[in-house]
Design a protein around this ligand. Structure first.
Ligand SMILES: NC(=O)c1ccc[n+]([C@@H]2O[C@H](COP(=O)([O-])OP(=O)(O)OC[C@H]3O[C@@H](n4cnc5c(N)ncnc54)[C@H](OP(=O)(O)O)[C@@H]3O)[C@@H](O)[C@H]2O)c1
Length: 243
């Protein structure tokens, strides 16, 4: 892995962690991998765009986060489960002096999470479901009974600024959002995104699964802060411009 911008040069493990560490305080960063034409999946999963470097950064961002925020569509499509201490991320977190696990917070307007699923069975840090008043009360109750921490934020739909505030109140200040496109669009529209970390794979894929699947109300302008490279993949960090 090498850094192209700023300060070009090779990066070892410590240098890579330093390149992604955030100052203390609240933040929400989004991590995606996309092809050159903006596709985010091959045959319905992101794995077809992945490389060892992308996995390394995916794990590092998880290791640095207080909570992972993800839409139910992505959690289901990608087969999400709770973070465990013995996983690569767990070991990395420990080596960085952080708690070995962090919760996964699944955003679902309909409280779609299956109470019997692996995702619902978090031990050290229970999975969080972020939903709204409109979700079926019996589904919410079944998930709470299964050990899921149910957070109700909003009436007819999930109120993302309220959700991010509620996570911070629980001590989860540094939020890593892993998508997908519906959640990204909602988070950008709600103005809660501080940073986009986009891995750009040197591939052309086509198809309809794009980073954003519908127009945003306004163009969101970003500022390039960092570019790393490995195996032809560019690992970018963009900050969102305020105003
Ligand atoms: N390349 C990458 O880096 C990457 C990253 C992430 C995902 N993906 C891919 O993207 C695909 C999934 O796309 P997607 O757009 O369906 O994913 P998504 O945004 O994760 O999921 C959509 C679902 O999540 C819930 N949701 C999302 N935003 C919400 C909001 N603001 N308020 C309330 N509920 C919200 C809703 O669930 P309910 O219907 O339960 O209410 C909605 O139906 C998968 O194929 C996945 O592999 C790729």
């Amino acid at each position: 892995m090498r850094r192209l911008l700023p300060d070009p040069g090779p990066l070892d493990d410590a240098g890579l962690a330093a390149a992604y560490r955030l100052p203390p305080g609240r933040s929400l960063r989004v991590n995606f991998v996309a092809s050159l034409d903006g596709a985010i999946t091959v045959a319905g999963r992101s794995a077809g765009l992945g490389t060892p470097g992308d996995k390394r950064i995916f794990d590092l961002l998880r290791a640095l986060a207080d909570v992972v925020l993800v839409g139910h569509g992505t959690a289901a499509a990608e087969g999400y489960g709770p973070m465990t201490p013995e996983s690569a991320v767990g070991r990395l977190r420990t080596s960085l002096g952080r708690p070995a696990t962090a919760p996964i917070a699944v955003v679902s307007r309909r409280a779609s999470l299956d109470p019997g699923s692996r995702m619902a069975a978090g031990d050290d840090f229970p999975t969080i479901l972020i939903t709204c008043e409109a979700a079926d009360p019996s589904r919410r109750a079944a998930l709470a009974d299964a050990g899921v921490t149910v957070m109700v934020c909003g009436d007819d739909d999930v109120d993302l600024p309220a959700a991010v505030d509620a996570l911070a109140d629980r001590g989860h200040e540094q939020v890593l959002c892993e998508g997908g496109p519906h959640l990204l669009r909602a988070a950008l529209t709600a103005g809660v995104v501080d940073e986009l970390d986009l891995s750009i794979a040197p591939a052309l894929v086509g198809g309809e699964a794009r980073l954003l699947q519908a127009a945003l109300p306004d163009v969101v302008r970003l500022e390039l802060r960092q570019v790393l490279e490995e195996d032809g993949v560019l690992f970018t960090r963009y900050g969102l411009r305020s105003g």
